[in-house]
Design a binder for this molecule. Structure first.
Ligand code: AOS
Ligand code: ZN
Ligand code: ZN
Length: 388
């Protein structure tokens, strides 16, 4: 059986993955949202469910919120509730994609009134961050156009820069802004932040507290995502990941389900670029569980990230460097593939047990009775919001 060196064990112990509150709510495709028994009825119940993921895996100590989906009367109280459930509140996500006013844009809108409204929403999100103790404001914009000629692309970039500047200037010393990009959807001709380059250009103009968020489902098929990871780490501008996996578009399936090898390659670049303890990078999930149960869906997700991390930690770096310097094409590739093909599951089970965690978190959750309890207790769970 593969065993881990103390260095690898120490790295694994540093890993933490943030869960999205919306993964615990019902979500769906544009065709149907199926109700799942036991779905949380409010943000308090979403956080209680997230606490279960952390309890069984030790991997997920924080939960991201989405505003206004997770609006509550008192964020100080929600923060206390999270702590009572063994987790803390993490990234605050703004939402300018569900209001009729934003039909033709929010931070890019031509009309000053609407643009101001969208900016004010972000300022209110920073107020929430002050109360929750969150570091990051994550901005994903559903803005763009459907037809060539519909909009002045350049003027929209200028207005975006101006809006982001106002938001950025409101950030506290320890707070950051992360700007997510996505190549299409809901707009189909142009998107105002379609790629890492545009996000980078916008955040670089703002300053050190602005970074790029990379959602693994937001690229054209065939894109070399690990190259982008490498480049953003190299530039010191990778602020966060939204992990998920996709077969076609922005599918938001369980990370590592569609392409475990791609996840391995991404984590390999994370390790090459400074490791899991890089304080600049927040590792988050952005997923929707439409068919599967949500808590085990999240448990499976964080375990997938951990499994590919362990494999990436097994890469024999000196051997890889030597093969690369010698232009040993197949030798270098073999070093990487040896690590990727290593079954680390038994070693991870042993490692978990050594830390007082269940060897098999999926089985431990299933045996805990929590699922049966929430299915009996909760009636009328709400939709998470729009998809992701
Ligand atoms: C949308 O495609 C993005 O991935 C965002 O991160 C979004 O805020 C989130 O998925 C919730 O819909
Ligand atoms: Zn995302
Ligand atoms: Zn997305």
């Amino acid at each position: 059986m593969t065993t881990f060196t103390p260095d690898i064990e120490a790295s694994l112990a540093q890993q933490s993955i943030e869960l999205p509150s919306w993964a615990f709510g019902n979500s769906g495709t544009r065709f149907k949202v199926f109700a799942t028994p036991g779905t949380p009825r409010d943000p308090y119940e979403k956080i209680a469910d997230a606490g279960q993921v952390h309890k069984h895996t030790g991997l997920a100590p924080s939960v991201a919120l989405h505003i206004p989906w997770d609006l509550v009367d008192s964020f100080a109280d929600l923060r206390k509730h999270a702590e009572d459930h063994g987790v803390r509140l993490g990234t605050i996500n703004s939402n300018t994609f569900q209001d009729d006013d934003y039909k033709f844009g929010a931070l890019t809108h031509e009309d000053d009134r609407i643009r101001r409204k969208a900016v004010d929403h972000h300022l209110a999100c920073i107020d929430v961050m002050d109360a929750t103790g969150s570091r990051d404001l994550k901005i994903w914009l559903a803005e763009g156009s459907n037809y060539p000629g519909q909009n002045d692309l350049r003027a929209r970039q200028d207005r975006l820069a101006d809006s982001l500047r106002t938001i950025y200037d409101r950030l506290g010393d320890d707070q950051r802004l992360v700007l997510e990009y996505k190549f299409f959807e809901p707009a189909f001709y142009h998107t105002d932040v379609p790629d890492w380059g545009t996000s980078y250009v916008q955040v670089a103009a703002l300053g050190d507290k602005a970074m790029v968020c990379l959602d693994t489902g937001h690229h054209a098929p065939g894109t070399n995502i690990e190259f982008i990871v490498m480049q953003l780490l190299r530039l010191g501008k990778l602020g966060s990941f939204d992990f998920n996996s996709r077969f076609y578009a922005d599918d938001d399936l369980i990370v590592g389900a569609a392409d475990p090898f791609q996840l391995f390659r991404i984590l390999d670049q994370v390790i090459r670029g400074g490791g899991l303890n890089n304080p600049d990078v927040a590792f988050m999930l952005d997923q929707c569980h439409n068919l599967e149960a949500k808590i085990p869906g999240q448990i499976r997700s964080v375990l997938n990230v951990q499994e590919m991390t362990a494999r990436a930690l097994l890469v024999d770096r000196p051997a890889l460097a030597a093969a690369q310097s010698a232009n040993d094409v197949l030798g270098a590739n073999a070093v990487l593939m040896d690590a990727f093909y290593t079954d680390v599951r038994p070693a991870l089970a042993a490692w978990r047990e050594s830390r007082g965690l269940p060897a098999d978190p999926m089985a431990a959750y299933a045996a805990s009775g929590y699922q049966q309890q929430i299915e009996a207790d909760r009636v009328g769970g709400t939709q998470a919001g729009w998809g992701a």
